[in-house]
Design a protein around this ligand. Structure first.
Ligand code: 13P
Ligand code: SF4
Length: 310
């Protein structure tokens, strides 16, 4: 008899006291089997809280690292070890260190989409959910460095009136959305609200009705009186939006290059049910973080989590 993959995952999860955490950009079947589905902030908060012995992180590598930094005694697994992040890769730790050393008086704020080694050079970590309020918690004229996402940094500078120094990094998915195609879709669906992740480029942000983190975008679609949405972020998020609002229409924003599924994060989509099953069965690949780096990266992550509890 063929293996019922869902059943097999469920029984391994019970037997091994494992929790499955998934990001909203995961394939629908992975979101559906996960114990919790959330944005990067929620994944870190659940990892911190869980009493499971094994955490399976269906997200990208830095999310697994954050869980491991918070829970060094737990086994943190990721179904496909190749699930990286173009934004985190755009900020090598040695180059970032050279950059921040030029500005010793600046506070270093890093987006969670960074390696543990970059977090170890950071004063406080942020996610897209709390970035604005954490930046606003500093005095208006405080010297700040923000990395690695130039689009998120520019967006926060524009809404807070800050002049943070920015690292010049970006996400290959969010930079791909085509302003012209979004405007064409808007002409076709004039009642639709354009909702956008702040990792997108400024021209897309400027035509948006709402800008927010993954969780904020989902929240907006639940609350809003709009019945149609043009969604300018990774299209996996639409699975959750449809669950909450089955009567509303969700249109993925088109990327520049319509010959590829550029509004899907190829790294996030590496995880499959088969890989999840094998990862639980064999307890590999496992996320490891060097202990000296872990201890330095823990502090800025804790500062962020403490800030978000307030
Ligand atoms: P969220 O913080 O909204 O989950 O975003 C993470 C991410 O990788 C966006 O591309
Ligand atoms: Fe990284 Fe972009 Fe994928 Fe988010 S969507 S995980 S920022 S590559």
């Amino acid at each position: 008899m063929a293996l019922d993959i869902r059943e097999a995952i469920n029984s391994l999860r019970r037997e091994k006291r494992a929790v499955i955490l998934a990001h909203y950009y995961q394939r629908a079947d992975i979101q559906d089997i996960a114990d919790y589905v959330g944005d990067s902030l929620a994944l870190a908060q659940w990892a911190e809280r869980t009493d499971a012995e094994i955490i399976v992180l269906c997200g990208v590598h830095f999310m697994g690292e954050t869980a491991k930094i918070l829970c060094p005694d737990k086994k943190v697994l990721i179904p496909d070890a190749e699930a990286g992040c173009s934004l985190a890769d755009s900020c090598p730790a040695s180059d970032f260190e050279t950059f921040v050393r030029q500005y010793p008086k600046h506070t270093v704020i890093s987006y969670v989409n960074t390696s543990a080694a970059v977090k170890a050079l950071t004063d406080i970590v942020v996610t897209s959910t709390n970035a604005r309020s954490i930046v606003e918690s500093f005095p208006q004229d405080a010297p700040l460095i923000f990395g690695p996402d130039r689009n998120l940094g520019n967006y926060i500078n524009s809404v807070t009136g800050r002049r943070m120094l920015l690292w010049d990094g970006a996400c290959h998915v969010h930079e791909q959305f085509s302003l012209e195609k979004i405007l064409a879709l808007k002409r076709q669906y004039p009642q639709a609200a354009v909702i956008t992740h702040p990792e997108c480029k400024r021209p897309v942000i400027q035509v948006s009705d709402f800008v927010g983190s993954t969780a904020a975008l989902i929240g907006f679609t639940k609350r809003s009186e709009h019945m149609q949405f043009i969604v300018a972020t990774e299209s996996g998020v639409i699975h959750d939006m449809r669950k909450h609002s089955p009567h509303k229409l969700f249109l993925p924003a088109p990327p520049e290059d319509s010959t590829c599924a550029c509004n899907e994060c190829s790294f996030m989509r590496l995880h499959t049910m088969e890989k999840l099953y094998r990862c639980l069965r064999d307890e590999t690949p496992e996320i490891q973080v060097d202990e000296a780096i872990r201890l330095r990266a823990l502090l800025p992550i804790r500062r962020m989590l403490d800030f978000s509890k307030k």
